[in-house]
Design a protein around this ligand. Structure first.
Ligand SMILES: [Zn+2]
Length: 354
């Protein structure tokens, strides 16, 4: 119970200048903080608002963990929690921050890409999903992690429009998609909170000269997208070689390429508008399956969380290996863990956390 939404006091330092009432307003809408314990690989912690100051002190702000390798190389942006109910991505990013080390290049890890979405769970796919998951560490400590929502918290953004129109393309979506981080790229500096988060991520990619972006997602266990690697057409060779490598190990992933007509998604917009090579990984979450009552989002034997985190991290490793082979060592990125990733399979994920 110790890790509920807590305002980060440092972030509201400007509150000194505000009235008491305004101070409490800022407190109430501050970014959700999480139990993430940076390990020896983390060189620096930044905030998304470093790339768009308008986000400072808002629920859309979120921590960015920077891990630098000794050997120079490329830059890699890893996103978890674009959809905050897709917890394998959140936990893979958390594990990366707590135990990973980078040997070449620089890695920017954002475990809660849409931090507003991490602040609530509307039960959009399955009302039986929890607000929190609990994992037990090797030392016997029970740690709690948010099970959030697909979309920005409605209390953090203006009311949804009837129809959400993706501004840059004119593509129309259901109004609620105005709060879907993965429909709002490339975003807008003075737009909605969701558009501002997208804009700040684009700024980060540009300023840090990101070479590779991987956005970690989950779908229902029977959905078309379960166990899929999506890439922009410019990254299709890297994706294909990665899938072949993983297939040899018995990890079967389907391949998809960004559609020419579906706009607003990370793999589409970063690929079209920047030099970034973008990918999106989908593991299979029983909590996104309507047919399962009271889904066990951690231990369901059909798709346990540790196996899904393995799928995410092993796929990332394969992508970065093939990126180095195809693009050359000057932009290569490499990381390692103090355990073999295969040890995650069928294991208790909490035992790998700090
Ligand atoms: Zn998703």
């Amino acid at each position: 119970m110790t890790h509920r939404t807590q305002p980060t006091l440092l972030r509201v330092g400007a509150g000194m200048l505000l009235t008491v009432a305004a101070f409490f307003f800022v407190m109430a809408s501050a970014a959700t903080s999480h139990d993430i314990r940076p390990g020896i690989g983390v060189s620096e912690i930044r905030w998304l608002s470093d790339y768009l100051p308008a986000l400072e002190g808002t629920p859309g702000d979120t921590e960015i963990y920077v891990l630098r390798g000794e050997k120079p190389g490329g830059a890699f942006l890893l996103l978890g929690g674009t959809h905050a109910n897709e917890i394998a991505g959140v936990m893979a990013a958390t594990l990366f921050v707590e135990r990973g080390t980078v040997t070449q290049g620089t890695v920017y890890v954002i475990p809660h890409a849409n931090n507003s979405a991490a602040s609530y769970n509307s039960g959009v796919y399955n009302a039986g999903t929890p607000d929190w998951i609990e994992l037990t560490t090797r030392a016997g400590e029970v740690r709690q992690f948010r099970y959030g929502d697909r979309r920005t918290n409605p209390s953090d953004q203006e009311a949804d429009p009837e129809v959400f129109i993706h501004e840059q393309s004119g593509l129309e979506f259901d109004g609620g998609e105005a709060r879907n981080l993965n429909r709002n790229y490339p975003g807008k500096a003075d737009g909605t909170l969701t558009q501002q988060m997208c804009y700040a991520l684009f700024e980060l990619a540009e300023r840090e000269k990101i070479n590779v972006l991987i956005d970690m997602h989950e779908s229902s266990i029977t959905g078309r997208l379960a166990n899929t690697l999506v890439s922009h057409p410019r990254a299709v060779d890297i994706a294909a070689f990665s899938i072949l490598d993983l297939e040899i190990e018995g990890l079967a992933l389907k391949q998809e390429v960004s559609s020419g007509e579906f706009f607003g998604l990370s793999h589409k917009e970063f690929g079209d508008r920047t030099h970034v090579l973008p990918f999106l990984i989908e593991s299979a979450n029983p909590g996104q399956e309507k047919s399962i009552s009271n889904p066990d989002v951690v231990n369901d034997p059909r798709s346990p969380l540790s196996d899904r985190v393995y799928l995410q991290l092993r796929t990332i490793q394969a992508i970065l290996t093939n990126h180095a082979l195809l693009e050359g060592s000057s932009t290569a990125i490499a990381f390692e863990f103090p355990f073999g990733l295969g040890e995650l399979l069928g294991a208790d994920l909490g035992a790998f956390l700090r």
